[in-house]
Design a protein around this ligand. Structure first.
Ligand code: CIR
Length: 257
C-alpha cells in the first residue's frame, strides 16, 4: 500500500511562530514555496500527500511532527509542551485516526514529536524544554504495547532531540555533540554536525532510505557525502527561522512496515 505523508498548510500567522531566540523576519511567500517543494518531493518519492488546512489560531501548525508520533501499529496524539500549540493536535489526530489506532498523551504529561527518534526497536526520547518525565513515562507504556523500548535523552541548546540527532541509516546518525551526549548512542557510527551548523543541518530519512537534507549546511553535507551518501537538498530557510527541521513538516505513515 502507498505510504502516506500528512502535512499542514502554512497560515498567514506563521510569521508569529514560536522561536527560542530573537524574533526573525519570516518571508511568508517564500515559506509557502518551500513547503510546496517539500510536498512535491514527498509525492515524487511515492507518498500520498494529505494536506490539512492551516488554522490561523496556530502559527506553528505546519510543524505537524510535534503533535503526532507513529509507532508502526499505532499512533500517538501528543500533548505539546508549549500550551499555545495544544490546539493543533485535534486535526492531525483525526487524520491519523483514519489510518491507525490512536493513543493519547494526557496531562500532566507533555511530549513533542520532535523529541521522538525511532532507531530500530528503540524510541530515543528527548527530555527537553517541551517533553517532561510524565510524558516520557506515558509514551514508554504505549511503546511497550508496540514492542518498542524507550531511552530518555537529555537535550540542551536546541529545541528537540531531532534538532540534534538525525537518522542516516541503520548504523549511522548525524549528531551535534554539544546538544546530546554521544555516549547514549554508542552502538551507532556518528557523523558530527559541523560547528556552527548545529541548528541548520537537518536530515529527513524517507521510508525508501533516501536522505533529504537542508541546503544551508555545506560543511555538514560534505561530511555526509564523505561517508558515501548523496542527499537530495531542499531549502527550508523560513522554517529553520522558526526553529524547525525537515522532519517536523510531515508525519510519515509507512505502510506494511
Ligand atoms: C516551536 O517552537 O514549537 C516551533 N516554532 C518549531 C517546532 C519545530 N519542530 C520540530 O522540529 N519537530
Amino acid at each position: 500500500m502507498q505510504p502516506v505523508a500528512l502535512v499542514r498548510d502554512v497560515p498567514d500567522s506563521f510569521v508569529d511562530a514560536l522561536v527560542m531566540g530573537k524574533r526573525p523576519t519570516i518571508d511568508l511567500a517564500r515559506a509557502r514555496r518551500q513547503h510546496d517543494v517539500y510536498r512535491e518531493l514527498l509525492a515524487l518519492r511515492g507518498y500520498e500527500v494529505r494536506v490539512l488546512p492551516a488554522d490561523e489560531r496556530y502559527p506553528d501548525c505546519p510543524f505537524v511532527e510535534d503533535v503526532a508520533v507513529v509507532l508502526g501499529p499505532a499512533a500517538v496524539a501528543t500533548r505539546p509542551g508549549a500550551s499555545q500549540r495544544r490546539g493543533e493536535v485535534a486535526m492531525v489526530a483525526a487524520a491519523l485516526a483514519s489510518l491507525l489506532p490512536l493513543r493519547h498523551i494526557e496531562a500532566p504529561g507533555t511530549l513533542d514529536g520532535g523529541d521522538v527518534l525511532r532507531l530500530g526497536g528503540t524510541l530515543y526520547v528527548g527530555r527537553s524544554s517541551r517533553t517532561n518525565d510524565a510524558g516520557i513515562a506515558q509514551l514508554t507504556r504505549i511503546a511497550a504495547n508496540c514492542g518498542l523500548a524507550v531511552t530518555p535523552v537529555p537535550v540542551r541548546g536546541v529545541l528537540h532531540l531531532k534538532s540534534a540527532v538525525a537518522h542516516i541509516d541503520e548504523e549511522t546518525l548525524l549528531l551535534a555533540p554539544q546538544c546530546v551526549d554521544p555516549r547514549l548512542f554508542a552502538e551507532f557510527r556518528v557523523i558530527e554536525k559541523a560547528g556552527g551548523e548545529e541548528h541548520v543541518a537537518s536530515v529527513l530519512r524517507l521510508g525508501t532510505g533516501e536522505l533529504v537534507m537542508t541546503s544551508s549546511a555545506p560543511r555538514t553535507l560534505q561530511r555526509i557525502r564523505d561517508h558515501g551518501w548523496d542527499p537530495t537538498l531542499i531549502d527550508s530557510s523560513e522554517f529553520q527561522a522558526a526553529d524547525g527541521g525537515l522532519t517536523c513538516l510531515s508525519v510519515l505513515v509507512e505502510r506494511g512496515s
